[in-house]
Write a protein that binds this ligand. Structure first.
Ligand SMILES: Cc1cc2nc3c(=O)[nH]c(=O)nc-3n(C[C@H](O)[C@H](O)[C@H](O)COP(=O)(O)O)c2cc1C
Length: 375
């Protein structure tokens, strides 16, 4: 007799009934048309996860306006009705396979390395970002120093998120996820060293989380009480794997509560560049994901190395989270949930599938080459 993995059990996420607790983590694939329109290849890619048994498919970070939000060339957008119309092919395919689709809404802020609408970047403050642009998303060299956003810039960004959420709803998505993680715009406001503002968006953590909370509230006001509006958060960033919220659990409570009060349906805690076990641990046995559940009563998705199935089981059994999201493990196993229920082993993730860029075309080539080697 095989023992059922706890992630294989159904769960409710706000008003959504999910077949299981396996979610595909959002993953940028820089494979949209140059104008940000999703392609048929992308519909096949997302359908494969739904057909492979994932209860929830969260899309890659998708830009929200035609000003400063775009982060990479060939990133998909949800900034126009043309974008939204093309996303419908994705939602229809995901639904046809019995899964649910959530669109990740992303504003890159200072970490934009390719924006067809602007040559400069905008962020909370004129602070040069750490690190360098990411080659796998088509960038190289140091980041430019962003222009500090005015109140007008902030209002435009908030409106971009809210209007994009409405377009996502119209495109058939079951929800949106606000990208507040990994060092992008909302995380730049949340992070002490990238936000040196002296207005109501800077200073104490309650001010630094204000923009993310305003985005959630603006979306909620547009989409009504039922639509799923998640928020993704992380301490670490694509360009900083060591940052931790300065006030630890104290900051975490303020952040989680502000987002819940603004109308979030779920919280998704990422751990960019690190494992959950490393970034989630707070004092004693407390974890950030567990604290998010306790502080808000909302469902929480844990991320970071959850293709280690024993870790995923422990996270769910010990009440640290309600769902697990899987990134690299899903790239290597689009049918990961079916493998788990069928007690079949998982393929190991090979970073070469994202080289020289993380496009769907490169992954397909890598697959063909490895099939040839395997023969
Ligand atoms: C190719 C790739 C692209 C990613 N793009 C995004 C993204 O668009 N939005 C996001 O929030 N996280 C993104 N991430 C981070 C993943 O969602 C996830 O947090 C990370 O891979 C750790 O989870 P894992 O251990 O299951 O891979 C990306 C990761 C990879 C590997």
């Amino acid at each position: 007799m095989t023992i059922e993995h706890p992630a294989s059990l159904p769960v409710r996420l706000g008003g959504l009934d999910l077949a299981n607790r396996f979610a595909v983590a959002p993953m940028t694939r820089v494979s949209a048309a140059p104008d940000g329109t999703p392609t048929a290849e992308m519909a096949d890619y997302y359908a494969a996860y739904a057909e492979g048994g994932f209860g929830l498919v969260i899309t890659e970070g998708t830009y929200t306006d035609t000003v400063y939000s775009q982060g990479y060339l060939n990133q998909p957008g949800i900034a126009s009705d043309v974008h939204a119309g093309a996303w419908r092919a994705v939602t229809e395919r995901v639904h046809a396979a019995g899964s649910r689709a959530v669109l990740q809404l992303m504003h890159a802020g200072a970490l934009s390395q390719g924006n067809r609408h602007r040559d400069d970047t905008a962020g909370p403050s004129e602070v040069p970002p750490l690190g360098e642009k990411m080659p796998e998303y088509g960038g190289h060299g140091p980041w430019p120093t962003p222009r500090a956003m005015t109140q007008d810039d902030i209002d435009v960004a908030v409106r971009g998120f809210a209007d994009s959420a409405v377009r996502a709803l119209d495109a058939g998505f079951d929800g949106v996820e606000v990208h507040g993680a990994n060092g992008y715009l909302l995380d730049q406001f949340l992070t002490a060293y990238t936000n040196t503002r002296d207005d109501s968006y800077g200073g104490p953590v309650a001010n630094r989380v204000r923009l993310a909370a305003e985005v959630v509230a603006a979306i909620r006001a547009e989409v009504g009480p039922e639509f799923c509006v998640g928020v993704r958060l992380s301490q670490t960033k694509v360009n900083d794997f060591v940052y931790r919220w300065p006030g630890g659990a104290y900051d975490a409570r303020i952040i989680f509560t502000a987002l819940a009060e603004a109308g979030a349906t779920y919280l998704h805690i990422a751990s960019e560049g690190r494992d959950w076990i490393e970034t989630a641990r707070l004092d004693g046995d407390t974890t950030i994901t567990g604290l998010a559940r306790l502080a808000t009563g909302l469902p929480v998705i844990a991320n970071g190395g959850m293709h280690e199935l024993s870790q995923a089981a422990q996270v769910l059994r010990d009440g640290h989270a309600d769902l697990v999201s899987i990134g690299r493990g899903a790239l290597a196993n689009s049918d990961l949930p079916r493998r788990v229920t069928g007690d079949r082993p998982l393929e190991a993730f090979d970073h070469m599938m994202l080289q020289p860029m993380a496009t769907l075309a490169n992954a397909a080539q890598w697959r063909q080459a490895s099939a040839r080697v395997a023969v």
